[in-house]
Design a protein around this ligand. Structure first.
Ligand SMILES: NC(=O)c1ccc[n+]([C@@H]2O[C@H](COP(=O)([O-])OP(=O)(O)OC[C@H]3O[C@@H](n4cnc5c(N)ncnc54)[C@H](OP(=O)(O)O)[C@@H]3O)[C@@H](O)[C@H]2O)c1
Length: 437
């Protein structure tokens, strides 16, 4: 049997311990499959005395992950501490510079520094694998880096954050308000105490930045992503979507357009009968469209110790087999600068919800403003008067929901500005993009 592949695992939290468990359970099988023992040599974390529910006594202990990254005792540095900078960045850089392969699940690190880290890996002739960084247990990185290379990719999109999908699913299934479901999700451990990172769409954006680079051969451009979270989705939107034949999902979408590449994260209405509409709860999915494969979609668990560790061990096995690909598929020196498509040029259908004052001619005036921007309406639904009154305390208001045919974002924004200036509506319009997938 060939020399063993020696691993150093930095970060023994949920995922680090998950990886230890997989390797302890399946170590012998992995050796049979790869023809070489795959062994944990060292581990690093902050608190040596903490009982983590696994036996770590036979591994060398490091209280300093950076010292472990520089140590010569292992071949593969596995970064599972998290964070876009700090110790995660320093130790990954040190490991790559010292000629070690790196496996990480850290999307924040890759979204911010991925282009430079990919170059560092290539310059040092080592692997940088990150299957677990996007959609946990779903093998989308391998799919894009290996299986779909014969395609010109035109679009990649997905439900990439389980917390958001759980909240939207619960709102829809149980008719509950956003705040109530969020509190329940926090109690059940599906949402962090500070949920901003998830519900604001930032986590989805980190993953989308990685997918965009793989799909289009561009440098990672996380800061260029158009971002809207789910915090403004009301139960009235969920119900209206349902009545009109849609579900609301937080999607990350990257797509080639004539003016550049769109990267956007926002709540999206998808037709009820589509596969993506059926992806419920904490489950994730990723769809890819290519010129020869047409359309594919992968669905599965996007987080959790088992699925994420499963993806990480797959990355380790690739290294044991001697597979070493350019981390971002296109060689780092050949990655093109990202050219952003203007969001205002985005084309699609739109859902608009307005609170219309009970004035004669208000609805007709709204329809006129839409027509002036060449926006054709697929439907206009006027609900019963709501029990609120205008700011002046005067008249009743009526919620009105419009669904438009395909138009541009700039046309919609202009029409909404004109409608608002006419004084027939109160408050900001709710606007949700409709995606035909
Ligand atoms: N959880 C998931 O389902 C999931 C899914 C996909 C990807 N990921 C990614 O996987 C990574 C790990 O996530 P996780 O959920 O396992 O996080 P976690 O439970 O917080 O574990 C992180 C571990 O790293 C340790 N750590 C922090 N700073 C350290 C340092 N300077 N030196 C050594 N150890 C240090 C932490 O110790 P303390 O607890 O003492 O701070 C903790 O034990 C993150 O990048 C995350 O984004 C997670």
């Amino acid at each position: 049997m060939a020399n063993s592949l020696r691993l150093g695992i930095a970060g023994l939290g949920t995922i680090g311990v998950g990886v230890v468990k997989v390797l302890q359970k399946h170590g012998d099988k992995l050796a049979e499959k790869t023809g070489r023992p795959v062994e944990i040599h060292a581990v690093a974390d902050l608190d040596r005395d903490l009982d983590r529910g696994v036996d770590l006594s036979s591994y060398q202990w490091f209280g300093d992950a950076l010292a472990m990254a520089k140590d010569e005792g292992h071949d593969v540095f596995i970064e599972l501490m998290g964070g876009s900078d700090g110790i995660a960045l320093a130790s990954v850089e040190a490991a790559l510079e010292s000629g070690k392969h790196v496996v990480t699940a850290n999307k924040a690190l890759l979204a911010k520094h991925g282009t430079r880290l990919a170059k560092l890996a290539e310059d040092n002739n080592v692997a940088l694998n990150f299957e677990a960084a996007v959609a946990g247990g779903i093998p989308i990185i391998k799919t894009m880096r290996e299986s779909l290379t014969g395609n010109d990719i035109t679009k990649v999109y997905g439900i990439l954050n389980g917390t958001c999908n759980y909240i939207l699913t619960k709102m829809q299934e149980e008719g509950l308000a956003f705040e109530k479901v969020l509190a329940e999700a926090q109690a059940a451990g599906y949402a962090e105490a500070d949920p901003t990172f998830d519900i604001g769409g930032h986590d989805t954006a980190h993953k989308l930045a990685i997918l965009t680079s793989l799909a289009f051969g561009t440098e990672l451009a996380f800061d260029e992503i158009y971002l809207e979270g789910i915090e403004n989705i009301g139960i009235e939107d969920i119900e209206a979507a349902d009545e009109l034949g849609y579900r609301i999902k937080l999607l990350g979408v990257a797509q080639k357009t004539e003016s550049g590449i769109e990267q956007r994260v926002h709540p999206t209405m998808v037709p009820k009968h589509t596969a993506i509409a059926e992806v419920a709860g904490v489950t994730n999915c990723v769809g890819v469209e290519g010129d020869f494969v047409d359309k594919i979609m992968l669905v599965g668990p996007g987080a959790g110790a088992g699925p994420t560790a499963s993806a990480i061990v797959g990355d380790i096995v690739d290294i044991a087999w001697g597979i070493k690909l350019p981390p971002l598929l296109t060689r780092a020196s050949e990655l093109k600068p990202y050219q952003r498509a203007k969001m205002r040029a985005h084309e699609g259908g739109y859902y608009i919800r307005l609170h219309v004052k009970d004035h004669p001619g208000a609805i007709a005036s709204i329809a006129t403003r839409m027509a002036e921007q060449d926006i054709s309406l697929q439907s206009i639904v006027q609900k019963g008067p709501d029990d609120r009154v205008t700011e002046s305390g005067a008249s009743e208001m009526t919620p009105v929901v419009l669904i438009t045919h395909e138009t541009t974002e700039s046309a919609i924004r202009k029409a909404l500005a004109d409608i608002s200036a006419d004084g027939h509506v109160e408050g900001a319009a709710q606007m949700i993009r409709i995606e035909s997938l």
